[in-house]
Write a protein that binds this ligand. Structure first.
Ligand code: ATP
Ligand code: MG
Length: 366
């Protein structure tokens, strides 16, 4: 997928902006607070129908303006289409257009422009708790596999119901009769979650490790290890096998669940461990290594999206160059060979040899 050009009117700090892009790397350069991230936000909005820094549409409209108008010409699946969104300060809803035709819902624009975004918060994925890493897997799989999205939704519902029964077991002991039924269905859907996640993580690991190796000049081997319920020794085994292991775990934890009044068995606490040359990243990785791995994960996510949909999503990299040494900066600027990439950065002296440099000052193209 390639964004040919973008025009903005009244979006964030842009009064009027128009720019054509390179089909490779587009380096967006400018001092702090000039509108670099705003530009990525505009692209993201046209891609997903929502901004990544706010949920409030009004914040996207330039102060004092009556509306914001965003339009991009996009090439995907061999044809060129235009995406347009108009947001109004005084009324709702916004209006969406695909090649000039007004579309009633966001889903009508699905698949025209896919984007993979890296923003500084994504570094937390490798540093923070398991929930962030589970979300990374769940978000990608929900987009790629409708069956997974359904199983996840059902699992979450069953988990909430079982947790409520355990929590209220003193007041309503008769409800405990429901537990075997919850357990049965949680083992069935849980097995789908575990096997799908484990297979996806393997593919992600293979590609992310290749990117990370090139990125680090061959010195670092990235590995990703799926961690799930202790009785599931092989999470990539057939779902029926994983189901049996889950039942086993449920049985051995039944007493403990009653005593703690909490749900202790199932894949809702799953995690994956990222390691570099065998050392867990959470404890040992440097800032630059963490950033390198987080970007490699995004590149891998993009590869897998392409394998599934046939088109490489546009890559949006916000503030990735800081903390990286010259060799790693060169990788980002010059060696992400495939597809279209947008990179924001503050330093004026950065150069990309395979694309275009776009200079921004106070919401204007220089
Ligand atoms: P940095 O290098 O610090 O990340 P940046 O170039 O990415 O900077 P942006 O976040 O794109 O900066 O732009 C921030 C500027 O946009 C801020 O000065 C902010 O006040 C301005 N801005 C944000 N929303 C609006 C709006 N609705 N109307 C006008 N200006 C806005
Ligand atoms: Mg910024």
């Amino acid at each position: 997928m390639i964004i040919r050009n973008l025009s903005l009117q009244g979006f964030r700090n842009y009064e009027a902006f128009a720019c054509a892009f390179d089909s490779g790397v587009n380096l967006i350069v400018g001092e702090n607070a000039q509108g670099k991230t705003n530009l990525l936000e505009a692209i993201c909005y046209l891609s997903r129908g929502s901004a990544f820094r706010t949920r409030k549409e009004a914040e996207l409209i330039r102060f004092g303006a009556e509306f914001a108008d965003l339009e991009a010409r996009v090439e995907s699946y061999g044809r060129e289409q235009s995406l347009r969104a108009v947001l109004f300060a005084a009324r709702r809803p916004r209006q969406l257009f695909l090649s000039g035709v007004k579309k009633p819902s966001r889903e009508d624009l699905d698949g025209v422009l896919n984007t993979v975004l890296f923003c500084p918060e994504d570094l937390l994925v490798l540093k923070k708790g398991a929930a962030e890493r589970r979300k990374l897997l769940d978000d990608a799989l929900c987009q790629l596999r409708p069956k997974y999205a359904k199983a996840l939704e059902e699992y979450k519902r069953l988990l909430a119901q079982k947790a409520a029964v355990l929590r209220d077991r003193m007041d309503r002991p008769e409800m405990l009769e429901l537990i075997p039924d919850y357990n049965e269905r949680m083992a069935q859907t849980g097995a789908i979650l575990i096997t799908t996640r484990a297979k996806y993580l393997r593919q992600l690991e293979e590609r992310a490790a290749a990117h990370h190796e090139a990125f680090s000049g061959g010195s670092e081997a990235l590995s990703l290890n799926y961690q799930t319920v202790s009785t599931v020794t092989d999470p990539t085994a057939p779902a029926l096998e994983v189901y049996a292991r889950l039942k086993e775990h449920q049985q051995s934890h039944y007493r403990a669940e009653l005593e703690s009044m909490q749900c202790l068995s199932g894949p809702h606490k799953d995690d994956f461990e990222a390691a570099l040359n065998g050392l867990p990243m959470k404890a040992f990785a440097s800032q630059g290594q963490t950033r390198t791995a987080a970007i490699s994960l995004k590149l891998a996510e993009r590869d897998l999206f392409e394998a599934d949909t046939g088109e490489l999503p546009v890559l949006l990299l916000d503030d990735v160059l800081s903390e990286l040494d010259p060799g790693r900066q060169d990788f980002v600027l010059n060696r992400i060979q495939s597809g279209q990439v947008f990179i924001t950065c503050c330093e004026q002296d950065k150069v990309t040899h395979i694309g275009k440099t776009i200079r921004i000052e106070q919401g204007r193209l220089l």
